[in-house]
Design a protein around this ligand. Structure first.
Ligand SMILES: [Fe+2]
Ligand SMILES: [Fe+2]
Length: 458
């Protein structure tokens, strides 16, 4: 369980439920993992149904519920390294790694490498790269999964989830036969929740790809190798549950999963917890690329300082702080071969980049009471003269808070190292920004920025 003091009466209409917050944010983790949005939520639905069959206690169900929603919390931490190893779209590779039995040296494994290592590069470069990936496969797989598991568990812990939730996330990729990662744990030595989650995520993936009967066939095929045979026997009763599989197909699946939260321990996000979750997700966003390792936190501290200089009301400053922490959550949809690209982006790549505030809006707007925050966060690339993206808003539609975040965002981006240039000095950054003031960037926010002590901003 999270913490007892965050519990509140279920009838409380104004409070934000943790299940609402975390299930919505899990859509961002799906994007990073190369999965369709809703993957983690559907896994959670399946894990709760399996928990019912297994007669788990309410407390166990609660721990499993949040572990499943946050199972991919560490996914952004290995994205840059995966791009470094494969040289291609790491999200596509991550998607395929789940549908391929990568523990076997097989034709299937070779096909995976052919599709994902340095696509678009010369034949010779690809042959060398594939040989290197194949030779170092075990060590690299261990490194990548270790990064992911460790980071995911740390994030869940930072948010305040229990030891069994964090342990379940850490051992998600272990296999019943001991050939999984990161520790090669075997059978009952693998935490039960990890065994349930691994089974449910594979079932969800194959049901989405090829239908219900194929999903269950994969479970039977991998029973005793990937999966606990007892769990496979227990879960088969869901195969004929047409109501369940209809629900999985529907848009309201997230609402259904929110309703399934083990109710006697229903968790609420008070102000401090909400800040904690925003900070944890800012971390997930920043760690995706070595070039943005402190971007969300940097933008947040500058935007808040600008708002305070402009004497905005306290509640607006709080909104700006949370929006700034989450402003680039849509960037989790971008592959690292675009994010970390050393050269000029192609027109198509640039179009993909321009979509990230749209995803920020789509992820955050699902949360009850987050409409203002979603709009604010997703407006950070808008410009006063309508030249920004993705809505091409104009001055009258851009709030003071959004203007402050935009100025802070440009400052932090220019004064940080990028794949194609070094970090720029403060004077040079101000000179570049001044050319956009006041027609594109707000003059008051820019003046406030220049008055700040920016020595520790990044
Ligand atoms: Fe952005
Ligand atoms: Fe940004």
């Amino acid at each position: 369980m999270l913490i007892a003091e965050t519990q509140a009466p279920v009838s409380s209409a104004t409070q934000l439920r943790m299940s609402d917050l975390i299930s919505a944010l899990s859509y961002a983790l799906d994007l990073t993992e190369g999965q369709p949005m809703g993957h983690a939520v559907k896994c959670c639905l399946l894990s709760m149904r399996l928990a019912d069959i297994l007669n788990l206690s309410v407390q166990d169900k609660c721990d499993l519920y949040y572990a499943t929603l946050l199972k991919d919390a560490g996914c952004s931490s290995n994205a840059a390294r995966m791009y470094e190893i494969l040289g291609g779209d790491e999200r596509k590779a991550k998607q395929e790694v789940k549908s391929t039995d990568w523990t076997k040296v097989s034709f299937e494994g070779l096909e995976y490498l052919l599709r994902n290592v340095m696509p678009g590069r010369s034949r010779l470069e690809r042959v060398f790269a594939i040989a290197s990936v194949a030779t170092n496969r075990d060590a690299q797989t261990r490194e990548l999964i270790d990064l992911r598991c460790d980071r995911g568990a740390q994030i869940a812990k930072k948010i305040g989830f229990s030891e069994s939730t964090t342990a379940a996330i850490y051992s998600l990729d272990e296999h019943w036969n001991g050939r999984g990662f990161p520790a090669g744990r075997k059978a009952q030595d693998i935490p039960l929740f990890s065994r349930i989650m691994n089974l449910c995520q594979t079932l969800e993936l194959f049901v989405t790809l090829n239908g219900v009967s194929d999903g269950f066939q994969v479970l039977r095929d991998r029973s005793g190798s990937w999966f606990d045979p007892q769990l496979v026997r227990a879960v088969v009763e869901l195969e004929k549950d047409t109501e369940l599989w209809n629900l999985v197909e529907q848009d309201r699946v997230r609402e259904a999963v929110m309703e399934m939260e083990p109710i006697s321990v229903s968790l609420y996000a008070d102000e401090a917890k909400l800040d904690n979750v925003c900070e944890a997700f800012a971390n997930i966003i920043d760690i995706k690329s070595p070039y943005t390792h402190s971007h969300s936190r940097g933008v947040t501290s500058i935007a808040v300082a600008i708002c305070q200089r402009l004497a905005l009301p306290e509640d607006q400053v709080t909104l700006v702080r949370r929006a700034a922490l989450l402003h680039d959550i849509g960037k989790l949809s971008l592959p690292n071969n675009i994010l970390d690209k050393a050269g000029k982006l192609t027109a198509a790549e640039w179009e993909t980049v321009r979509l990230h505030p749209y995803y920020t809006q789509r992820i955050l707007e699902r949360i009850r009471g987050f409409q203002d925050l979603a709009f604010l966060a997703s407006s950070h690339h808008e410009r006063l003269d309508g030249s920004g993206y993705f809505r091409n808003l104009r001055a009258a539609q851009i709030s003071p808070g959004a203007r402050a975040i935009a100025v802070a965002d440009v400052y932090d981006a220019l004064s940080s190292k990028r794949p194609y240039r070094g970090a720029l000095a403060k004077g040079e950054v101000f000179k570049i920004m001044a050319a956009d003031v006041p027609h594109a960037l707000d003059g008051d926010c820019f003046a406030a920025l220049k008055s700040l002590d920016l020595t520790n901003s990044n």
